[in-house]
Design a protein around this ligand. Sequence first.
Ligand SMILES: [Zn+2]
Length: 350
Amino acid sequence: MTPEEWKGKLSAIKDSFSSLISEHKADYETLYQRFLGRKGELSLLLRDLKDIAAEERRNLGVLGNAAKQELTAAAEKIKSAIDAHNQRCSSAPAIDITLPGVNFPKGSLHPLTQTMDRISGAFLRLGFSLASGPLVEDDWHCFEALNFPECHPARDMQDTFYVNAKDDRGKDKLLRTQTSTVQIRVMEKQNPPLRVFHPGRVFRNEAVDASHAFAFHQVEGLYVDKNVTMADLKWTVDAFMKDLFGSSVRTRFNPSYFPFVEPGAEVDMSCIFCKGQSEHCPVCKGTGWLELLGSGMVHPNVLKACGHDPEVWSGFAFGCGIERFAMLLYGINDMRMFFENDFRILEQVR
Ligand SMILES: [Zn+2]
């Protein structure tokens, strides 16, 4: 055998050894017997060195021994990996399938969702149906049709975020500031009589503090029919509050101003914490009353804007902030807790 042939055989042996390893086709015993054992391919090749001329034999011998060390190390590495695996399997504790399983933490609905569900339930029981509307609104639905003409000072209290897009009348679109927009959406599409409610998110350009947020939630109820009076509004609001907070709750109306109603009233509920019995109640500040809702008789201009004759139809609307309800229901005193999503708070409200 020439030295070149010998070298060729050596490299063929190394190649087949490495391809067996890379394809995970051999265990330690197989590798050892095939390549390194007494009759292994490498051992036989080393033995063939004796037939090669002495001046070449020495160099080839160095190559051959280096290859033997390399293959031995690689084979032993596989052996120790297999041994370690076997060791782990034999020392792992047996699984006791009769033990109870691992408990996973259960999720729950967000307090605002729970509050919205309770409020929606109260509306549904009063015969109202659910309506919907978009968050990105146009000036008409958010202000103009709700009797906030341009330059009306009441618009200043509802500064919001504008979207880089124009509505049909060439005005910037905006994120709605109130759920009352849905009153217009519904009355434009449907003829009275109608009885709808809409809970949803609204936006204001506000600095965030314990009682203000740039995004919060409102719910709005609207009833339009023939001969609807303030008495209907008062009965409905009272029944709504009693459904949510219990039959002992009382309501009272104070005159107030909202552009889309006439007359308008704020609704107070008797304090559910002190029942009006404590001068030091931190929630009602000793007054015995909590201000909760805005309400009123739908303004004739709003009915007209939606194409309905205010001489024929009349209606009432009332609405409130859902965060305000949730704060009362769950005794939370900082609005930011609703959107910071701290599990320590959320887990207490289930
Ligand atoms: Zn109180």
